[in-house]
Design a protein around this ligand. Structure first.
Ligand SMILES: NC(=O)c1ccc[n+]([C@@H]2O[C@H](COP(=O)([O-])OP(=O)(O)OC[C@H]3O[C@@H](n4cnc5c(N)ncnc54)[C@H](O)[C@@H]3O)[C@@H](O)[C@H]2O)c1
Ligand SMILES: O=P(O)(O)OC[C@@H](O)[C@@H](O)[C@H](O)[C@H](O)CO
Length: 445
């Protein structure tokens, strides 16, 4: 790293999402002269891509493609907002040395839904501690000892109250390692843990387009990233002066309450994905784009969205418009979003994204929503195949247990689903006996 580079942001995670979202916004801020500072990326787990990132001097090419205001957008950006990457497993000292950098002010992360966890088995002296929150606690404690300013923390993990959870883990590690009340007070008073909600479909490295894009770039880039043009970042907090993303023209919402945004996005967009992809895969399709072009599957998705999910949310114009926009985003002809990639860990996704609508719909209407209940049957049928990808115990159980046994797993669904058994069984038998095409017709009739 050259001595002149000012590092102001530390980022846990080098994945496609952060590179197609946060790193892009900082790149644009810098390009527009609105921000002076670069991002240093920390590899959160032992295996990762920080070496590759450093081989490319932190640079890579991002392709954002889609339809915006009726116009086709195809934006190619050579991203230069990252100064370097650090692998704390091989270079713990450099990682901890960052705590002494007075310029460092923002900490972002995306360590997947699994990353923000308290293990309670690590030691302060581990180099590094295993979990992300434990590594962060080691870092924050060193910062506290230096007497320098605290941080704005913007976790992007797709879990409820991501920042509150992260802070709770840090405080638990502070207790475990007996770091003292003064440190805990400093965490509370000098650091702003902001809950955030992120929204952008990032399809990552474009395996089937590498040749064409490499030709366009003019050299080999092993970290090409692809995403849609749409973006939304809702942040609970008010740091718009320090981070003027809006001035740069981006859709970043600074608010006191991110919950309504989150509920809308998870129920409509992620719920739309999860209720559609498993059945659509069994039907013989491979990508979200294909689903939207297919009359039957897109009719099924529309039924889920406009007859079941949006009405349960309250049928506001905002919800309806968001759902319409989701249909456009799913139809984006430029991005190839694989159904099997969305299908990863579908049991927990279904519980978070789809089931709440099913249960609220039942409460509001006295009956179960037909299409979403059908999607539960499709989920079970999908887990019978060897394409399911989930935790080992879940895969084993879902493959062999009866529909009734599956619905009785309250640890999976966090609810008692006994009443749903006959309806799900009916749809499941239909799928297995008649196949997906006929089953879809029955649900759409
Ligand atoms: N791709 C999208 O469209 C999109 C959009 C919004 C949110 N997200 C969320 O972002 C997350 C990352 O997506 P991605 O596309 O960047 O994936 P990716 O596989 O490219 O990157 C995953 C990142 O998470 C880290 N990680 C994995 N397991 C971890 C663990 N147990 N502890 C700490 N760090 C861990 C990896 O080191 C890597 O940096 C996903 O969980 C997804 O829910 C993705
Ligand atoms: O990334 P996952 O695997 O948690 O979920 C798959 C998609 O539903 C998700 O990535 C959406 O595209 C994203 O949440 C849009 O913001």
């Amino acid at each position: 790293m050259s001595a002149q580079v000012k590092e102001t942001v530390m980022q846990f995670g080098e994945g496609g999402f952060l590179r197609g979202f946060v790193d892009y916004f900082f790149h644009k801020l810098r390009e527009k002269g609105l921000y002076d500072g670069k991002i240093v990326v920390i590899q959160p787990i032992e295996k990762g891509m920080v070496d590759l990132l450093n081989q490319q001097k932190g640079e890579y090419n991002l392709f954002l493609r889609g339809i915006q205001d009726g116009e086709v957008v195809n934006e190619h950006t050579h991203i230069t907002s990252i100064s370097r990457g650090i692998n704390p497993y091989t270079n713990f000292e450099d990682y901890m040395a960052l705590a002494e950098n007075p310029d460092l002010r923002v900490i972002v992360s995306n360590t997947t839904e699994a990353g923000i966890e308290y293990l309670g088995t690590e030691k302060l002296s581990d180099a590094p501690a295993k979990s992300y929150p434990a590594k962060l606690t080691q870092f924050l404690y060193k910062r506290f000892q230096t007497g320098l300013k605290g941080f704005i923390l913007l976790p992007c993990e797709l879990i409820d109250n991501n920042a509150d959870n992260l802070k709770a883990c840090v405080l638990k590690y502070a207790d475990l390692w007996e770091l003292g009340q003064d440190f805990k007070n400093w965490i509370e008073k000098e650091n702003d843990f902001c809950n955030t909600l992120v929204d952008r479909i990032v399809t990552g490295y474009p395996r089937d387009e590498v040749e064409a894009l490499t030709e366009q770039i003019g050299y080999t880039d092993n970290l090409i990233d692809t995403a849609e043009i749409f973006h939304l970042w809702v942040i609970e907090g008010h740091h718009e002066d320090e981070l003027p993303f809006n001035k740069a023209g981006y859709n970043i919402v600074w608010t006191d309450d991110a919950k309504p945004y989150k509920k809308r996005k998870v129920r409509i967009l992620n719920g739309g994905h999860t209720s559609m992809v498993l059945g659509a895969y069994l039907y013989g399709l491979e990508t979200v784009g294909e689903c939207l072009k297919n009359e039957t599957v897109s009719a099924f998705l529309k039924k889920c969205l406009f007859e079941e999910i949006v009405p349960t949310l309250g049928n506001t114009e905002t919800d309806k418009n968001f759902a319409k926009a989701v249909l456009d985003r799913f139809s984006n002809p430029f991005i190839k979003h694989l159904l099997l990639s969305i299908a990863l860990n579908s049991v927990s996704k279904f519980q978070v994204r789809v089931l709440p609508t099913i249960l609220e719909y039942k409460e509001q209407n006295g009956t179960y929503p037909k299409a979403l209940t059908f999607s539960m049957a499709a989920l079970i049928a999908f887990y019978r195949t060897d394409k399911a990808n989930d935790g080992a115990e879940i895969m084993e159980f879902m493959k062999n247990a009866s529909v009734e046994e599956i619905l009785k797993r309250e640890d999976y669904w966090h609810a008692d689903l006994t009443e749903m058994i006959p309806m799900v069984e009916g749809f499941y038998n239909l799928i297995q006996e008649k196949g997906m095409a006929e089953a879809y017709q029955a649900v759409l009739a």
